[in-house]
Write a protein that binds this ligand. Structure first.
Ligand code: PMP
Ligand code: GLU
Length: 400
């Protein structure tokens, strides 16, 4: 008999984490693999943030902190939401986690019961459904079409809500599509949610600062204050501040939920590293002008990737407004055969063959719940990205 709990049977390893590990392994074997799998900025953590981490060590801030985070960090988070999102939270409404991923886990484990439904618009970030399953809930997928920039419509949301719906997950800018909901689009969704008081809103805003072309970011709690008593507004320092390895995410919401999440934190990780918390204070309170040049670089890479992908036979790619992903369709390559004689029956076959035969690592659309697509992260050096796109073009050219 297996030692493993039944609830694990529905859960699988994270495909984005797996592809990153696979690319690293092939590289360590001496293969010239270009990894476009990881959703991780290639930029370094800004110096003022690194110094704050070093200073925390030197000053002996190396002991346990409260599970809900240091007072300085909680204040910095409250100030950030006020300053940037016009949201008035109190310090007892703050939870901090070992990355936002852990807070999503804490929120679901605190609230989801057997039979509860969680609406997850597809394409979705790979971890939402598996965390829901781990917590005993049922993810309800709502496919969002490329013609509507992969965005959830008010009608589709309304149709997906049932008496069993506990949460709806909204992620803008979106991983994997890069789509950004405008304030008007969000308002259409929040108008539906106002009518269904049993549904809670999880707003995953981790790509907030990565928007291009003058696009304005908006978050549900800001668009509709009547939803604030059932909205969990979530964010983190991983993406905007290039701090993936520091593992620091944060969330604000109603006190009852936050208290429960902090209790779970106190019974598990206890808290994120004291050093990362000090660095996050510097990130949130400090200047963000470094984002301008970084975002300009991201935008140039996005435009290059979209142009080069659209030149590849069988591929078509929209221009997304945010995050650092593009989500091209590979419909025109499906059914074709590679020069090594492999038949491409799905987007999974496509990315597998691309890795094996052209040494480019991407992630199949199937992992994000919408095929036939694949995700490319352009958070990699411009030279590597250009070379990868050239390889994709050659790979597609060679298909018969
Ligand atoms: N949400 C989304 C949409 C993401 O892409 C990520 C990236 N891993 C996370 C949450 C979690 O980020 P982290 O745990 O690094 O804060
Ligand atoms: N969010 C990133 C991605 O989608 C990092 C890996 C992960 O945590 O999924 O690639």
């Amino acid at each position: 008999m297996s030692i493993l709990a039944n609830r694990l049977s529905a859960v699988k390893p994270s495909p984005t984490v797996a592809v990153t590990a696979k690319a690293a392994e092939l590289k360590s074997q001496g293969l010239d693999v270009i990894g476009l799998g990881a959703g991780e900025p290639d930029f370094d953590t800004p110096n003022h943030i690194k110094y704050a981490g070093k200073e925390a060590i030197d000053k002996g801030q190396t002991k346990y902190t409260p599970p809900q985070g240091t007072p300085m960090l909680r204040k910095a988070i409250v100030d950030k939401f006020k300053r940037e999102n016009h949201l008035d939270y109190k310090t007892n409404q703050v939870a901090v986690g070992v990355g936002l991923k852990q807070l999503i886990f804490n929120a679901f484990i605190a609230t989801v019961q057997e039979g509860d439904e969680i609406i997850v618009p597809a394409p979705y970030w790979v971890s939402y459904p598996d965390i829901v399953l781990l917590c005993g809930g049922t993810p309800i997928f709502v496919s969002c079409d490329e013609n509507s920039q992969f965005k959830l419509s008010a009608e589709a949301l309304e149709a997906a809500i049932s008496p069993k719906t506990k949460w709806v997950v909204l992620n803008s800018p979106n991983n994997p599509t890069g789509s950004v909901y405008s304030e008007v689009e969000l308002k259409a969704l929040t108008d539906v949610l106002v009518k269904h008081p049993h549904v809670w809103i999880m707003a995953d805003d981790i790509y907030e600062h990565l928007v291009y072309d003058g696009i304005k970011f908006a978050t549900p709690g800001q668009v509709e204050s009547r939803l604030l008593d059932r909205t969990l507004t979530m964010n983190g320092v991983s993406k905007a501040f290039s701090m993936t390895g520091w593992r620091l995410g944060y969330a604000c919401g109603p006190v009852e939920l936050i208290k429960a999440m902090n209790m779970i934190q106190g019974q598990s990780a206890t808290h994120p590293s004291s050093i990362s918390q000090a660095a996050a204070v510097a990130a949130l309170n400090g200047p963000i002008d470094f984002l301008g040049p970084r975002n300009a670089t991201f935008r140039e890479r996005r435009d290059m990737a979209v142009r080069m992908l659209n030149e590849a036979p069988g591929i078509s790619c929209q221009v997304p407004e945010g995050a650092f992903y593009v989500y091209p369709s590979c419909a025109g390559a499906i059914g074709k055969t590679t020069s090594n004689g492999r038949k491409l029956g799905s987007d999974t076959d496509f990315v597998q063959a691309l890795l094996d035969e052209s040494l480019v690592a991407a992630v199949q659309g199937a992992a994000f719940g919408l095929s036939p697509y694949f995700r490319i992260s352009y958070a990699t050096s411009t030279e590597a990205l250009e070379e990868a796109c050239t390889r994709i073009q050659k790979f597609c050219d060679s298909l018969t």
